[in-house]
Ligand binder design. Structure first.
Ligand code: ATP
Ligand code: ZN
Length: 303
């Protein structure tokens, strides 16, 4: 792995000119140059799509009930964003929005709706597949993408509140899910090499909530359930997770009653690509001008 720290100037330029800052921390506009890379990455990942994968694209909101049933609130309540809307009579709402309600802000009239902001693309997939009946023993693969939201507390470059996540999700027998996850650990390294990104691939844990969460994180690492492909962006010491490879065991299978046609509870795994983070990592590694990027990288991305 390279040991050259990326210059502050370059990081600053990505923050302020490749991305368009907005009034909200961790929420950026994407410039044309940024989107060119996103488009290149999108088709590169598509070229690696497992054959037979079903394609599903989702808007950035999903059913609150579905996320509750997924167990998200137990693990990551601190990251969740909920869609709220106004309730009450017209007179009450008007008074609130016009600032005429005594000692009440308009936000006091908000009530949670049946929607939350999607925190990870794959949550939508499991109940949809479960509703179709038994999963073939050979497994099902879904290619999914969604804008995701996480109430991140830091706004360092690459830690956004809203970002795009592309995933290949595998549902099948335990050995099918494990083999899928293992194969993507390998393919992802090829992909990173194609993109000229220096990386490390390491066991990782999710940012579980609270003190009990620390134990869950330790357990996740011990059982080697999650791996991340990390690329130096802000520093070499704390590289940025640009892809992750997760084995959920029977968590979603049990939750959603997913069964293989052999009758056993299905296991699931996913390979997740942080499209915005990969794009930031590419600009951080290769610089701001496409002309200076290695030819092989430009070819891989079609830019
Ligand atoms: P981190 O460890 O950095 O918090 P994570 O392990 O929680 O990330 P995953 O849940 O595995 O991330 O999400 C899949 C991918 O989505 C990550 O590999 C990353 O590329 C991307 N991602 C996650 N959080 C963010 C974020 N806040 N901003 C931009 N991309 C993100
Ligand atoms: Zn996933």
């Amino acid at each position: 792995m390279s040991t050259t720290q990326i210059s502050t100037d370059r990081l600053e330029a990505i923050t302020s000119t490749i991305l368009q800052p907005t009034a909200a921390a961790g929420v950026q506009g994407r410039t044309g140059r940024f989107e060119e890379v996103i488009a290149g990455l999108t088709s590169l990942i598509t070229r690696h799509r497992p054959s037979g994968a079903e394609v599903l694209r989702f808007p950035p909101v999903m059913s609150r009930a579905l996320l509750e049933k997924s167990g998200y609130l137990k693990s990551f309540p601190h990251l969740l964003g909920v869609v709220s809307s106004m309730t009450g009579t017209e007179a009450k709402i008007r008074a609130l929005v016009e600032g005429r309600a005594a000692e009440q802000e308009w936000v006091d009239a908000l009530a949670a709706t049946d929607l939350v902001l999607t925190p990870a693309a794959c949550y939508q997939v499991y109940p949809i597949v479960a509703a179709r009946g038994d999963v073939p023993i050979t497994g099902v693969i879904v290619d999914v993408e969604s804008y995701c939201f996480r109430r991140e507390t830091s706004a360092e470059l690459g830690r956004m509140q809203a970002f795009r996540m592309r995933e290949y999700v595998c549902i099948g027998a335990p050995e099918t899910a494990v083999a899928f996850r293992e194969s993507w650990k390998g393919k992802a390294q090829q992909l990173a090499n194609q993109l000229g990104l220096p990386f490390t691939l390491l066991p990782a844990s999710d940012p579980f909530f609270g003190r009990a969460g620390k134990l869950m994180a330790v357990n996740q690492v011990e059982q080697a359930l999650k791996f991340e492909l990390l690329v130096p962006v802000n520093s070499d010491e704390a590289p940025t997770a640009c892809m992750s490879f997760n084995y959920h065991q029977d968590h979603f299978g049990t939750t959603w009653g997913l069964r293989t046609d052999g009758g056993a509870v299905a296991h699931t795994a996913c390979a997740a690509f942080g499209l915005d983070r990969l794009t930031i990592a590419l600009f951080a590694t290769h610089g701001l001008d496409f002309e200076a990027w290695p030819l092989t990288v430009r070819e891989a991305l079609g830019i």
